[in-house]
Ligand binder design. Structure first.
Ligand code: NAD
Ligand code: UDP
Ligand code: UDP
Length: 314
């Protein structure tokens, strides 16, 4: 299983950089491609100069010609703040970029693992969400550039598989957090921790009773590796932590672990903000023998530790 040439698009991002670490550790030759839109060299600087690691600054909306046996396609901004900054670019990355990745895979005979998202379920009417649920997405709302782009990307994967027998694997990721999440990316875990560390009140959007399930990054990366290297299913397979928390509970946990006394404040709920989200992971359990091992408290402790170092270094 080791010594393969593996391409990781979006490899300098939060999840991509952890994946590159893991692949290098496993003995693979890693080609990391990134345009640094929402990722940074900082995330992979410890890998620069490693004999099995190569960095290419490239935008996957443009064709890319490299040789690889496996491809993990992560390129796409993931936080609402980042993907709404240039919505048309976000759509192009998930559509034109996806075609280029699949075209490359077709030429090389490579297997592609594509990182889709729980956002394809939109504001779900079925709870928890199994893979069979088709979703409830507003096609013209502010989140549509991300959600619909990701839905097209899944369709492209399936259709390259059907038309060209391309080996694809689709995972639908639910909210994941951990070290190297960008401190200003606007996502709830990074916001709450940075606010607590700076003695500011934690901003609950709406009543704070909407739910999310939070998966620690190391658990997720294990799921990626298992999904890529099995032949039972092409997916889609949900990957996430089925523990479900309200944003208020998350805020309480962050206040407790950091020891901050800054409390909470309420801000308006963004448009089309899903009310609840929780993965049904029975497929991941069945096909990958995978389930998350890190609970929210442990994961938050490690993440808070990381942000403390970042804050001290600034
Ligand atoms: P991230 O923004 O940290 O990483 C995305 C990376 O892709 C960045 O390094 C960015 O610079 C790069 N990128 C963006 N557009 C590109 C382009 N056109 N060409 C080349 N590189 C490009 O986000 P992340 O949290 O690491 O997410 C990685 C993937 O996982 C994304 O596809 C995202 O949609 C998916 N995902 C993440 C989560 C989560 O909770 N973190 C949840 C669901 C899905
Ligand atoms: N492509 C690429 N790298 C490759 C092979 C293809 O970026 O190594 C791009 C190519 O530019 C094309 C896209 O992938 O636009 C889709 O390729 P495919 O072979 O499926 O389609 P075609 O070239 O026949 O349009
Ligand atoms: N949220 C919040 N305060 C913040 C940032 C986000 O209450 O400072 C809420 C947001 O409204 C949403 C949830 O936290 O209901 C998760 O938001 P995030 O942007 O992290 O992810 P997504 O909405 O894409 O799941």
């Amino acid at each position: 299983m080791s010594g393969k040439t593996v391409l990781v698009t979006g490899g300098a991002g939060f999840l991509g950089s952890h994946l590159c670490d893991r692949l290098v550790e496993m003995g693979d030759d890693v080609i990391c491609v990134d345009n640094f839109f929402s990722g940074s060299k900082q995330n992979i600087k410890h890998l620069l100069g490693h004999p099995r690691f190569e960095l290419i600054r490239h935008d996957i909306v443009r064709p890319l010609f490299v040789e690889a046996e496996q491809i993990y396609n992560l390129a796409c901004p993931a936080s609402p703040k980042a993907y709404q900054y240039n919505p048309i670019k976000t759509i192009k990355t998930s559509t034109v970029g996806m075609v280029n990745v699949l075209g490359l895979a077709k030429r090389c005979g490579a297997r592609v693992l594509h990182t889709s998202t729980s956002e394809i379920y939109g504001d779900p009417e079925v709870h928890p969400q199994p893979e069979e649920y088709w979703g409830n997405v507003n096609p013209v709302g502010p989140r549509s550039c991300y959600d619909e782009g990701k839905r097209v990307a899944e369709s492209l994967c399936i259709n390259y598989h059907l038309a060209h027998q391309l080996e694809v694997r689709i995972v639908r990721i639910f909210n994941t957090y951990g070290p190297r999440m960008h401190p200003d990316d606007g996502r709830v875990v990074s916001n709450f921790i940075m606010q607590a560390l700076h003695g500011k009140p934690l901003t609950l959007y709406g009543d704070g009773l909407q739910t999310r399930s939070f998966c620690y990054v190391d658990d997720l990366i294990e799921g990626f590796i298992r999904m890529m290297n099995q032949t039972e299913t092409i997916g889609p397979v949900n990957l996430g932590n089925p523990g479900e928390f309200t944003m208020k509970q998350l805020a309480q946990a962050v206040l407790e672990i950091t020891g901050a006394t800054s409390g909470m404040t309420h801000e308006p709920l963004p448009q089309d903000d899903p009310k609840q989200r929780c993965p049904d992971i029975s497929k991941a359990e069945k096909y990958l023998n995978w389930r998350p091992e890190t609970n929210l408290h442990q994961g938050l402790q490690r993440t808070i530790e990381f942000y403390r170092h970042v804050s001290e270094a600034q």
